[in-house]
Design a protein around this ligand. Structure first.
Ligand SMILES: Cc1ncc(COP(=O)(O)O)c(C=O)c1O
Length: 506
């Protein structure tokens, strides 16, 4: 079983409390970093070997006590040992994403060294939204955005060191997460549909159309923008919860008949619950035909643009007006890091028409500021951690990881199909799959309880969701260390746990 890292060497000097001259600070920093680094290394090793539970869930009161929060908050760490005791205890109370049995939410299992730019940022604090506050971070953001624009197919052979924002040319920026990115893209769509909305407020007839399974951040964005969540007009989906073109046509006709102004049409790429892709190519053609803004929510699935065998799921994505793409889901980058991409910089520029004279000095500015185009004023050095993960692994390896995780999910589907007590309602298209344990009937509540019971066994971490009115167990196969043998063990664990649960419920 997992044991916290143990420093066997006897403590000789307490570095935390050495006199504050430069030499000692240097020694202290070096020593503490070395020791915390060793703890993290140990944590990764134990998690990856499966020597710890994926999640050993405890109540917050217990965690607060274990971490001695009150005492440490008031008095500070008593010693270096005390600091290390805190970090060791903290690490035991985490969800161990690096464990091959972690298959829960769409949150990246970072490359082992992906935390280093976070550490550097924490020490130097160079936000990247204002170029002069973080020139290196800002440059890396521009470089990675150029790479993404090329992957979408909007830019061909652009000089990756060309960072200028130019009207008529594709552009983009990084934000803290997909929800903020969706809000940013919808603000830009609103500016295009109703240019006076920023100063005058929204016209009452603005709507957004998308699958009824669109991520909740879309409806939230509409409320935040003052349109109200009812401005989202849902399009019916099929039994696999994929948008149907005939239904889109129907909603469109109804909207036109009622005099609505369609601000944009949203595609799931892919849907959060199922991991299935909306018909992007056909939706793109539909939007071109009717001259509508086409927004692709690729929070999870846009990463397939980097994966040679899986990119076909995104066919037609270049027809989009805006795209969001989370790097902290499928690209092994620690949360948060999302790109919002625009086919035309004019639209990025229109999203937030608010000027702050102390920062937006267009003429003299060196480099590029993303601040005028984001909700966030200060933001982290997001491009640095995105670049870093690629530099650690190489572009081809990240692509192969995405392809492999999609392929493993197909293999898991085959395993489920062959088992008499499991049911999987669709062939997966990404690394997300819903399935049910059917031996004890069709009860939704049983699936929900089963998920908690499996987690409480401290063996696996998985999620659950509703699909087409039924509750399912759900995996997101995002850990590169997870293989078919772990998935086979998952099925065994579910069988044993379900039997115990059914006895308890009798
Ligand atoms: C399709 C989709 N859009 C948006 C989001 C929100 O992204 P974030 O969690 O980065 O805010 C998610 C999150 O799972 C998602 O699946």
């Amino acid at each position: 079983m997992f044991k916290p890292y143990n420093f066997t060497k006897k403590k000789q000097i307490d570095f935390l409390f050495l006199p504050q001259d430069l030499k000692y600070i240097y020694t202290m920093v070096k020593e503490i970093i070395r020791k915390v680094g060793a703890q993290v290394e140990h944590y990764l090793e134990e998690s990856q070997k499966g020597n710890t539970p994926a999640l050993n869930q405890q109540a917050p009161e217990r965690i607060a006590q274990d971490l001695k929060l009150k005492k440490r908050f008031q008095k500070g760490f008593a010693s270096t040992e005390d600091l290390l005791d805190f970090t060791a205890t903290y690490l035991t109370h985490t969800n161990h994403l690096n464990h091959p049995h972690y298959m829960g939410h769409q949150v990246a299992v970072p490359q082992d060294l992906s935390g280093i730019p976070e550490f550097i940022h924490g020490a130097i604090n160079n936000p990247s939204s204002l170029y002069e506050m973080g020139p290196a971070g800002g440059t890396l953001e521009g470089f990675m955005i150029n790479w993404m624009l090329e992957k979408v197919g909007w830019e061909k052979q652009k000089d990756p060191y060309d960072f200028k924002f130019l009207p008529g040319r594709p552009s983009g920026l990084l934000t803290h997460g997909g929800s903020v990115a969706n809000l940013t893209a919808l603000a830009a769509a609103r500016a295009a549909a109703a240019p006076d909305a920023w100063t005058q407020g929204n016209p009452s007839n603005l709507i957004v159309i998308g699958a009824q399974t669109a991520h909740y951040s879309i409806a939230r964005a509409l409320s935040i923008l003052g349109l109200g969540s009812q401005a989202f007009w849902p399009v019916e989906v099929d039994e696999k919860e994929v948008l149907q073109m005939a239904s889109l046509e129907k909603v469109y006709k109804k909207a036109v008949k009622e005099g609505k102004k369609i601000m944009c049409v949203v595609a799931n790429a892919c849907a959060t619950s199922t991991g299935l892709f909306d018909p992007i190519d056909a939706m793109g053609d539909f939007c071109s035909k009717h001259q509508l803004w086409f927004h692709v929510d690729g929070a999870h699935g846009a990463a397939a643009l980097a994966a040679p065998k899986s990119r076909h799921h995104l066919k037609g994505i270049e027809k989009a007006s805006s795209i969001i793409w989370d790097a902290h889901k499928m690209m092994r980058v620690p949360a948060l890091c999302t790109a919002v991409l625009f086919k035309d910089f004019t639209h990025q520029a229109g999203a937030f028409q608010q000027k702050g004279s102390y920062v937006f000095h267009d003429d003299e500015v060196v480099g590029m500021d993303s601040m005028p185009y984001t909700i966030e004023c200060t933001k982290s050095a997001l491009g640095t951690k995105l670049f870093w993960t690629f530099a650690l692994e190489g572009e081809a390896a990240i692509g192969a990881y995405i392809d492999d995780s999609f392929a493993l999910t197909q293999d898991f589907y085959v395993l489920l199909q062959a088992h008499p007590h499991f049911e999987a309602p669709y062939t997966p298209e990404s690394n997300i799959l819903c399935f049910r344990y059917t031996r004890y009937g069709e009860d939704d509540e049983f699936q929900r309880k089963l998920r908690y019971a499996v987690i409480n066994e401290k063996a696996f971490y998985l999620t659950s969701c509703m699909m087409n009115g039924k509750r399912y167990l759900r995996v997101v196969l995002i850990n590169p260390k997870t293989d078919l043998k772990h998935l086979s063990a998952l099925l065994d664990c579910i069988e044993i746990t379900a039997e115990k649960l059914s006895e308890q419920l009798l």
